[in-house]
Design a protein around this ligand. Structure first.
Ligand code: SF4
Length: 255
């Protein structure tokens, strides 16, 4: 995925052009996440200005967009040949509504903090590596900077690592030590919250991982071996990998 997104996409040959088009695809879950994040961002911005923002209405607008995206077959799944049933599409729309209701229920506590940043792209450097982040909502109280991260999917191990990266970002941006920062992961679909206090050893581990993975990715200057796994059907580059596999098999037959 890294090779296609950041290397091959910029080639002007035919494959490069196809990859560039596929790059803009999103899965239905990603569309769901984007719609929820956008509605929350609009809500916070409106409420902080003293205006009202109706999340039930936002959920209805999001549902219409989901219907349109699916009808136009603009999802990764549909591009890869999967059929999205009406039940499944309705489930996604209900999940959007639930996520927004959960957010509304936690907002009264969060609204007490002083707002610093909302959904803003930013970056920091670790060694030679520039890391781009987009924290969902950054606030401060008298003692700490707190980063809220809205999650629309289920809990994954990488969520924890991502929160450590956010902590490193906040340390760099606000010139703070790790004890002055915390990250709160808010799982909107099951109403659970987890507070991450960055420990020095986790920060060190992540810094090593950043260097290691950056070196590995920078070494890529070729089309990697095709290794299609079960989850590949949800990847936006699946059709390209399938094509490669087909070409490889064809070569074998010719030999
Ligand atoms: S289809 Fe699978 S192997 Fe190909 S880019 Fe996507 S994740 Fe990687």
């Amino acid at each position: 995925m890294y090779y296609f997104s950041y290397i091959k996409r910029f080639d002007s040959d035919e494959l490069g052009k196809i990859v560039s088009e596929l790059y803009n695809l999103s899965s239905i879950q990603m569309h769901k996440g984007e719609l929820v994040h956008r509605a929350i961002e609009n809500y916070i911005q409106n409420v902080l200005c003293g205006a009202k923002y109706n999340l039930n209405h936002a959920a209805k607008v999001a549902a219409t967009k989901i219907d349109y995206i699916c009808a136009e077959k603009k999802t990764t799944e549909q591009t890869n040949g999967l059929i999205l049933s009406e039940d499944f599409i309705n489930k996604i729309k209900n999940e959007i509504l639930k996520c927004l209701h959960t957010f509304e229920s936690v907002w009264p506590i969060i609204s007490n903090y002083q707002s610093i940043l909302i959904e803003k792209y930013d970056s920091f450097k670790y060694g030679d590596v520039e890391i781009t982040v987009k924290p969902d909502y950054v606030v401060k109280d008298e003692e700490k900077v707190i980063i809220f991260d809205w999650k629309t999917g289920s809990k994954k191990d990488d969520d924890f690592y991502q929160s450590i990266v956010y902590s490193i970002y906040a340390m760099d941006k606000f010139n703070l030590s790790e004890k002055d920062i915390s990250v709160v992961l808010v799982y909107l679909s099951d109403c659970k919250k987890y507070k991450v206090t960055p420990d020095h050893k986790y920060i060190e581990n992540i810094e090593k991982r950043i260097v290691r993975e950056n070196d590995e990715m920078n070494m890529l200057d070729y089309i990697p071996e095709v290794n299609l796994m079960e989850y590949c059907i949800f990847c936006k580059y699946y059709t390209i990998c399938e094509l490669q596999r087909y070409n490889k098999n064809a070569e074998k037959i010719i030999v």
